[in-house]
Design a protein around this ligand. Structure first.
Ligand code: URA
Length: 434
């Protein structure tokens, strides 16, 4: 079938069958189908959606566009965790060494941040010397030694997804549930894992602004993972406010170290321990979530998780001295304090607006090819529920460019709601699917 006919079929709301899909997608990868036709197809999918079968077919074609890693010679249950992206979401960096210290094998692969959301890969790369581009042999060697390794998706893995994601970024077709599902799951299914815990975020700082969309995405990803034989569970978590106090790459690494030392903020630790307990359950190590949480909290308290983090840093070329000397991490030359213009309780801090302010300061990417500043970002001094006096410090901005400050400040101030009474405590874990 001609590319034109496939676009028209989808535009008119019909399903594309496996062989039509295979011809169309592999034709695009070979260069026989131009970007403008693929863009039109993606937009048709954006409006008309895809069935569960189409999503599985697309995922499978994307997986087979590259190699699948074979981890079968490494003993233990290989379980990864993936977040759909948020603001201040540094959970993966705490969770990989934490779950590994409990006996899960965690072959974690991550991507970069985009727009107001951060990416694990950018946070890891802010650690001096840390290598995220290991080859499969190095990756497996580290996994066998310490149970965890954290790298970026390689160029060879699901190359079709890489091409499509770049195109979606510039054609306003990122926010499509079947396209997100096939994109994320094709990469995850190429990792050679046996289990997967998905953190599907919902709220202003997430891709999925409302819980109903988050449920649909979670269900689509769980179905796809299970269809490929990977035991998959999704946890829907709140992303209406930034997670933790730090937003920006090296600042978040610092918060990770503090969390592994037992000083993590409540919201961040609640999400981390729950997802970690779900990883233990998926790996068959601890069937009860509450017991799993306790076991993981114990591994933080004993220092075992921090030790594992240090080992991972060392084996991946990072400087383990950052654990004791945070000044070894990149830190911006300009630190600007932002003060409150009102007195009262902080009722809400909007995650998307804070993420955008942080991006303006240089911590995030406006486009896939934007360059980021690893030291830039925002360190919150107050969170929702805290009381603030007029003139009291709300946060500190870090940036290399003073020109960014005014716009970021306006964005940040717009993110705040201050009132006479404290808000109700936010529920972080909203639902479990699968
Ligand atoms: N992350 C991905 O890898 N793909 C998407 O489509 C969206 C977020």
């Amino acid at each position: 079938m001609r590319a034109y006919d496939i676009i028209k079929k989808k535009r008119n709301g019909y399903s594309i069958n496996r062989s039509e899909f295979a011809g169309f997608l592999t034709g695009y990868l070979r260069g026989d189908i131009p970007d403008y036709q693929m863009s039109a197809f993606l937009m048709a999918v954006f409006f008309k959606g895809m069935t569960r079968e189409e999503t599985a077919d697309m995922t499978e074609i994307m997986i087979s566009s590259g190699p699948v890693i074979d981890l079968s010679d490494i003993p233990g249950q290989k379980v990864d965790k993936h977040s759909t992206g948020g603001v201040g979401d540094k959970v993966s960096l705490i969770l990989a060494p934490l779950a590994a210290s409990a006996g899960v094998v965690v072959p974690m692969m991550s991507g970069r941040g985009l727009g107001h959301t951060g990416g694990t890969l950018d946070k890891l790369e802010s650690i001096p010397g840390f290598r995220t581009a290991l080859n499969v042999k190095e990756f497996k060697k580290i996994l066998s030694k310490i149970n965890c390794a954290m790298i970026g998706y390689s160029d060879e893995m699901a190359p079709l997804d890489r091409r499509l994601y770049t195109l979606r970024d510039v054609t306003a077709t990122v926010e499509s549930i079947p396209l997100i599902t096939s994109s994320i799951m094709s990469k995850k299914m190429s990792e050679g894992i046996e289990g997967l815990v998905l953190d599907v975020k919902t709220g202003s700082g997430a891709f999925m602004k409302d819980i109903e969309d988050a449920r649909i995405l979670a269900k689509a990803m769980v179905d796809t993972g299970n269809a490929f034989g990977v035991k998959t569970t999704a946890v829907i978590t709140d992303m209406n406010e930034p997670l933790g106090m730090a937003i920006g790459n090296s600042m978040e690494v610092l918060e990770v170290i503090e969390s592994l030392k037992g000083n993590g903020p409540d919201d961040l630790m609640e999400v981390t321990l729950y997802l970690g307990a779900m990883m233990l359950k998926t790996a068959g190590i601890e069937p009860e979530i509450e017991e799993g949480r306790k076991r993981l909290a114990g591994l933080i308290e004993s220092g075992a998780a921090l030790e594992k983090f240090g080992q991972m840093l060392e084996l991946q070329g990072g400087n383990p001295k950052i654990i004791e000397r945070p000044t070894l991490l990149p830190h911006s030359c300009l630190s600007i304090d932002i003060f409150s213009e009102e007195k009262g309780y902080i009722r809400h801090i909007d995650a998307e607006a804070v993420g955008t302010a942080s991006m303006i300061l240089g911590a995030g990417r406006e486009r896939i090819d934007s360059v980021i500043d690893p030291a830039a970002g925002i360190l919150l001094k107050k969170k929702a529920g805290d009381f603030v006096d007029k003139g009291e410090k709300l946060c500190s901005f870090c940036t290399h460019d003073e020109d960014f400050v005014q716009k970021a400040r306006e964005k940040f101030m717009g993110a705040l709601r201050i009132g006479e009474s404290p808000p109700e405590k936010r529920k972080m874990i909203l639902e479990v699917i699968g």
